[in-house]
Design a protein around this ligand. Sequence first.
Ligand code: DON
Length: 319
Amino acid sequence: MHTQSAVLGGNRLVDVVTEALELGRTAARGGRCATYIPELANADPASVAIAVSTLAGEEVALGDTAVRFTLQSVSKVFALACVLQRGDPHLWERVQMEPSGDAFHSIVRLEEEQGRPRNPFINAGAIVVSAHLSGSDGKARIEALRQFLRRASGSGVARFDVDEAVYRSECVTGFRNRALANYMKHFGVLEDPDVAVDVYFRQCAMLVDVAELARTGLFLANAGEDPITRNRLLTPRDNRTIVALMATCGLYDEVGRFAVRVGIPAKSGVSGGVLGVIPGHMTVACYGPALGPAGNSLAAMTMLEFIMNRLSLSVFEPR
Ligand code: DON
């Protein structure tokens, strides 16, 4: 296939991914599952999975691929895509495009910056994006996001159901997110904070497996067009915006280290999922709920670092 000859050199994709998985399993031993959403603490910290989808249609999925996990912050990428797709003129008046250098749930800069979040991938920014999903109520907005995800996933098989236990678990503990939303309401950045937070909690609780995640994100590696179905999800310009924001804001206060070690646009979530995008080539989705100190999956960091270095895919190196 084109991808193999262009990117893999003498390597077989399945061999590189197999080796990465073994390293990921070892790395996972050093981390812990998130507990601040109590339901996430029930995940098996030893489970690790990885899936690659290439623009040429090649798919490799290895490890604990049957495990379904909630998208959490990875959903922020798709919610932003769903909003940009319909050309929302006001979003960038309400959300900035700069890395924050703070933890994902931090509130500190909101006071200094009049309630306008630093970027759409920290929690405050993502809650604003959720408020811009189309629909008259929360249910309609989640349905709009689900339809977008189904279309992006190509097959029509992926369901993106909400895990009700995880959703409820975040509802009863999510006071920081409610604080962020109420604070933004004070500055006029949000209209209805309760609905925005409810939509945000539901999108975070949508279920996927690694293969679905890699496949659903494939348009991001192909200038907004699904390379398999030829469905256009985003304009090339909006797609570039999202991928650039993944590269600069996708791993919160660990984004610099990730750029150095791995060197690709990516988005992480506290359930242990990470979606990596290699523009023009492929997506890599990883799962490993054992997290490091910055709240990112240790297995995912290790697997992505190994693959990008082995195949020289860092976007900061010449090909
Ligand atoms: O809002 C929260 O705290 C979670 N629903 C999502 C946070 C998250 O995934 C941050 N990622 N590393």
